[in-house]
Design a protein around this ligand. Structure first.
Ligand SMILES: Cc1cc2nc3c(=O)[nH]c(=O)nc-3n(C[C@H](O)[C@H](O)[C@H](O)COP(=O)(O)OP(=O)(O)OC[C@H]3O[C@@H](n4cnc5c(N)ncnc54)[C@H](O)[C@@H]3O)c2cc1C
Ligand SMILES: *[C@@H]1O[C@H](CO)[C@@H](O)[C@H](O)[C@H]1NC(C)=O
Ligand SMILES: *[C@@H]1O[C@H](CO)[C@@H](O)[C@H](O)[C@H]1NC(C)=O
Ligand SMILES: *[C@@H]1O[C@H](CO)[C@@H](O)[C@H](O)[C@H]1NC(C)=O
Ligand SMILES: *[C@@H]1O[C@H](CO)[C@@H](O)[C@H](O)[C@H]1NC(C)=O
Ligand SMILES: *[C@@H]1O[C@H](CO)[C@@H](O)[C@H](O)[C@H]1NC(C)=O
Ligand SMILES: *[C@@H]1O[C@H](CO)[C@@H](O)[C@H](O)[C@H]1NC(C)=O
Ligand SMILES: *[C@@H]1O[C@H](CO)[C@@H](O)[C@H](O)[C@H]1NC(C)=O
Length: 613
């Protein structure tokens, strides 16, 4: 790109309508930091009113025409590539063999939705009710599901194809006119055919539609693939591209925000007055006019760092780094929870089956691309489809589950933990005790090799089963580690600090090995990888993050360590909000995209004054 930074308007119809320098000297009603999932959802909705001026500052590039993003079969190919990925790393995890883990996050317009695995799921209604019950009036499952449906358009599958592959859905659960498109993958590998029947044998029943408010069981899931164009539908294509012509919406890419500049009002509230950022290593600043708002949508990792760099956080962390405390808010960066997963790859005995492994052969890949371009069929249309949420009781048996849960509940009741920590943990305990109401362990059928435990063999095809811990007790933090905004924050999820988490995962590994020998999976597969001995080492050394970290700017009452109010307002400030995944105070059973699009839609209505909470 020839420009030192790129005004997105340059990509749209009116090429040079706004000179670069002009964009930064205009004044805006809303300055949105981060053009990812939440940031672009807000940018779209807030600029619906032509009289409202909206600016988005995004660190990554615009890649609307990038085939590695748009073609579904390239899923995963940009993860780990610095042209798309922030490539964060955790501090060594003392309860995971001191391993450091890479935390990939999207650094591109569209954020992590540009690089993610496109799985489209929803929590159970009661999980959002539980977030409301922590002290967030107006937060219920019913209410948020309305916004989730507003965000989506679901395309029905071909009926014969659906019948042959168990692609079922409850139509009323899905939106029909929203910006984010989703559909069932047009390609399902024969390697995963036994998924539903094998799980049924192990006591996991198929459900009609996991997006309808109850999600315990097994199902075939849609993905964020546009059912007509068969391309990835993500924040940039869904919420930005269709409105990029709006003259009241300006998106500046390549702009990395360093901090929010603020003053103090007579009522004591801190007010954002400017933004400092860098554009191709050049320092820049922008003033925020009186009455305007700044919205942080930089994601769970950067949002707490930016708050702290702006003087909003725990003085005990800020002062030693020479950062002046503007708002003492000790909850910033505390209480993060990250979902953890591992995979076991099984070699298929039938080498003719097509999986993502087939794409390692360049000739096959070229043919698959031609087929995709010509007919929009074949493996390049693929999304991940085989999912299940399994209660602990199914994995270890009812008696063992009760004993484990009782012991953990006792530990919580008698331990020296804060009241809010106990309250949050007790929501997990309650979920564990109601196994039909709250998903706990997710299993996914990934059609290809997907583990670091060994390497795939040439010409061989694999099915990988992953075990995903969706409600860990282990809780950690993300904090600024230096006053230099270009350095990473210290990311410490405290993986497996709570022994319950690793005990459960060891049982999940056993369960997965059982699945690999059940029904249609039996005999047709061999397992070259995990051995039952050293199962905890297998999990710690070859597992990793699911990229769903929540909680670094929690929506909770201030007295409970909250950072934002139910209206997303940062406590102690008059015009700073956070709208991104960091505001969730509790984990959810589902991959978070659909939920977060709903959260951002709700935020837009609150910010515009259409609803109160
Ligand atoms: C590899 C991967 C796979 C995933 N798979 C799935 C899946 O299959 N299904 C699912 O539902 N979810 C999935 N997720 C999670 C989902 O994509 C995220 O939860 C979601 O995108 C979070 O939205 P957000 O708005 O909080 O942050 P993001 O979408 O990450 O957006 C944050 C934006 O802020 C920008 N930014 C950050 N710091 C700055 C700064 N200082 N200045 C300017 N801009 C900045 C970033 O570049 C980014 O564009 C996955 C995530 C990853 C990383
Ligand atoms: C990373 O992405 C860029 C941009 O698409 C591409 O040119 C480059 O080849 C990629 N690198 C790797 C190692 O795949
Ligand atoms: C992890 O590191 C700590 C501190 O360096 C050390 O005390 C501990 O023995 C290490 N643990 C393992 C499993 O290596
Ligand atoms: C459809 O799902 C049922 C489980 O409800 C299973 O028994 C059956 O084998 C599945 N059929 C296909 C084609 O996957
Ligand atoms: C092997 O897989 C191919 C492709 O799915 C299928 O057509 C064939 O029948 C399978 N062979 C056997 C022996 O199952
Ligand atoms: C496209 O589909 C047609 C009709 O099924 C088929 O004949 C043709 O071979 C396909 N083209 C490619 C490149 O796969
Ligand atoms: C319950 O735990 C015991 C002791 O660890 C174990 O032997 C048994 O297999 C477990 N039961 C189930 C159903 O997993
Ligand atoms: C409980 O924890 C707090 C905070 O960590 C600490 O100050 C206090 O001493 C602890 N109390 C006991 C009895 O251990």
């Amino acid at each position: 790109m020839a420009f030192p930074f790129c005004l997105l308007a340059l990509y749209a119809q009116f090429t040079s309508a706004i000179p670069a320098s002009d964009a930064l000297s205009r004044s805006y009603d809303y300055v949105i930091l981060g053009g990812g999932l939440a940031g672009l959802t807000l940018a779209n909705r807030l600029s619906e009113d032509p009289g409202t001026q909206v600016l988005v500052l995004e660190a990554g590039d615009v890649r609307l025409d990038d085939p590695l993003i748009n073609i579904p079969g390239f899923l995963g190919s940009t993860v780990g590539n610095a042209s798309y990925d922030w490539l964060f790393t955790t501090v060594p995890q003392v309860n995971a063999n001191n391993n450091s883990f890479t935390w990939d996050r999207g650094k591109v317009l569209g954020g992590s939705t540009a690089i993610n695995f496109m799985a489209w799921g929803r929590p159970a209604l009661n999980e959002i009710d539980a977030i409301g019950a922590l002290g967030n009036p107006g937060w219920t499952g019913e209410n948020l599901f309305k916004y989730m449906r507003k965000a989506e358009t679901f395309t029905h599958p071909d009926p014969a194809y659906a019948a042959a592959n168990n692609l079922t859905f409850i139509d009323s659960a899905h939106g029909k006119t929203g910006p984010v498109h989703n559909s069932f993958s047009r390609f399902i590998s024969d390697g995963q055919k036994p998924w539903l029947s094998a799980l049924e044998t192990l006591g996991v029943q198929k459900i009609e539609d996991a997006l309808a408010g109850e999600d315990v069981g097994a199902w075939m899931a849609p993905a964020t693939i546009d059912g007509i164009s068969v391309t990835r539908s993500y924040a940039a294509s869904a919420y930005y591209a269709p409105v990029s012509h709006r003259s009241n919406l300006i998106v500046v890419t390549g702009a990395e925000v360093n901090r929010i500049v603020s003053g103090k009002r007579s009522d004591g509230l801190v007010v954002a007055t400017g933004i400092e950022f860098s554009l191709d290593s050049q320092s820049r600043s922008l003033s925020v006019k009186s009455g305007a708002e700044v919205i942080l949508s930089t994601g769970t990792i950067k949002t707490p760092q930016l708050l702290e760099l702006s003087g909003i956080g725990n003085p005990q962390i800020l002062t030693p780094l020479g950062i002046e405390t503007k708002v003492s808010l000790p909850g910033v960066g505390e209480g993060i929870i990250d979902q953890y997963f591992f995979g076991v790859s099984y070699e298929l005995n039938n080498d003719s089956i097509v999986t993502l492994d087939s794409l390692r052969d360049p000739t096959f890949e070229a043919e698959a691309l031609t087929e995709y371009e010509t007919n929009k069929t074949g493996i390049m249309t693929i999304g991940v489809t085989g999912f299940a949420l399994v209660p602990l009781q199914t994995i270890v048996g009812t008696a063992n589950a009760t004993a484990l849960i009782d012991a953990q509940a006792r530990k919580i009741a008698t331990g020296n933990y804060s009241a809010v920590q106990k309250e949050k943990w007790n929501t997990i305990i309650q979920g564990l005790r109601e196994p039909t109401k709250r998903g706990y362990i997710e299993l996914v059928a990934f059609p290809g090799f997907f583990t670091t435990a060994s390497a795939p063999k040439e010409g061989k095809k694999y099915i990988t089963f992953t075990g995903n811990l969706h409600f860990p007790f282990s809780t950690g933090s993300i904090h600024v580690a230096s006053a230099d905004p270009s350095s990473q924050p210290a990311i410490d999820p405290h993986y497996f600090e709570e022994d319950f988490d690793i005990q459960v995962m060891a049982s999940v590994l056993k369960f997965i090995r059982k699945l690999g020998g059940t029904g249609g999976f039996k005999g047709t597969h061999s397992n070259p990888c995990a051995r039952p001995k050293h199962s905890t080492d297998y999990i710690k050394n070859h597992g990793g993050p699911e990229y769903h970290t929540i909680g670094s700017a929690s929506m909770l009452p201030r007295a409970k360590g909250g950072v934002v109010s139910p209206e997303f307002k940062v406590y102690g400030t008059s015009n700073i909000r956070v709208v991104d995944l960091s505001i969730l105070p509790l984990q959810i059973s589902a991959h978070p995209m659909s939920t977060l699009y709903g959260v951002a839609e709700k935020a837009a209505d609150i910010i515009r004054g259409i609803v109160t909470v």
